[in-house]
Write a protein that binds this ligand. Structure first.
Ligand code: PMT
Length: 222
């Protein structure tokens, strides 16, 4: 059951991992399955929201009753989020976004050569979507980030609240087996901009999503 209502609210959720192409057959990506973001989209829908799910290469199919926009790269994700955010009350960024992409995309398959034992890839920075959104955020809009960390979970996540101007960040330790990327369960700490902290037990991503939606429904009433 979902406690709290998002009735009449427009919610944007991003999920999955971006793909950054190298050539027509290869790309750089990460282990995000989309499960966490899809669970958030389903919980927000259940709470009565009008939900748009921006999906980056998910491993699973989308929940019923939500609008789905499929994208592949970080740049495509930025464009889609910017277009949707102007009409939104709430943005939840659960997508795992590549911080860098290949500097050039070859239009032909990159070939190995007999004399080259190593190959160096040049990468360039992708836009930080949450930072871009922060500059167009209006009073009353709620922006929630996730933080995927392998070390110094709380301090790294706290830095991201400030640098990305978030109302809330959901910190998850992605070094533990059974939670985080591609798992059915997660364990998170909700960190608020005002310093409040709330750690959950290991539980299903659906349960984590229900808690997040409950928290957001309280924040939006403030
Ligand atoms: O999809 P699953 O398999 O269920 O896995 C869930 C998850 C581990 C991917 C998810 O719970 C999670 O932690 N998502 C955030 C992953 C991530 O990119 O974390 P980050 O710490 O690198 O980024 C912090 C925040 O900034 C995130 O909200 C991210 O969406 C956002 N970001 C990151 C980079 C970038 N260039 N622009 C961004 O807006």
């Amino acid at each position: 059951p979902i406690h709290g209502s998002l009735s009449g609210k427009k919610v944007i959720v991003t999920a999955g991992g971006t793909r950054e192409p190298l050539d027509p057959v290869r790309y750089l990506t990460n282990h995000s399955s989309g499960k966490m973001g899809f669970a958030v989209a389903a919980a927000a829908k259940q709470a009565g929201a009008d939900v748009t799910l921006i999906a980056a290469n998910p491993f699973i199919s989308a929940p019923n009753g939500v609008h789905v926009i499929n994208i592949e790269t970080a740049n495509e994700l930025l464009k889609a989020v910017e277009a949707q955010f102007v009409h939104a009350d709430i943005l939840v960024m659960a997508a795992a976004v590549a911080d860098y992409r290949p500097a050039t995309v070859s239009d032909k398959k990159i070939k190995k050569t007999t004399d080259n034992e190593t190959m160096t890839l040049k990468l360039v920075r992708n836009p930080d979507i949450l930072k871009e959104i922060s500059s167009i955020k209006k009073p009353g809009q709620v922006v929630v980030g996730f933080a995927a960390e392998t070390n110094d979970l709380i301090s790294n996540a706290q830095k991201k609240i400030k640098s990305k101007n978030l109302d809330l960040i959901v910190a998850n330790d992605v070094s533990q087996a059974g939670i985080g990327f591609n798992a059915d369960d997660n364990q998170v700490t909700f960190l608020f901009a005002d310093g409040r902290k709330d750690k959950t037990p290991v539980e299903s991503k659906k349960q984590v999503a229900a808690k997040l939606v409950e928290i957001i429904s309280k924040e939006i009433q403030k």
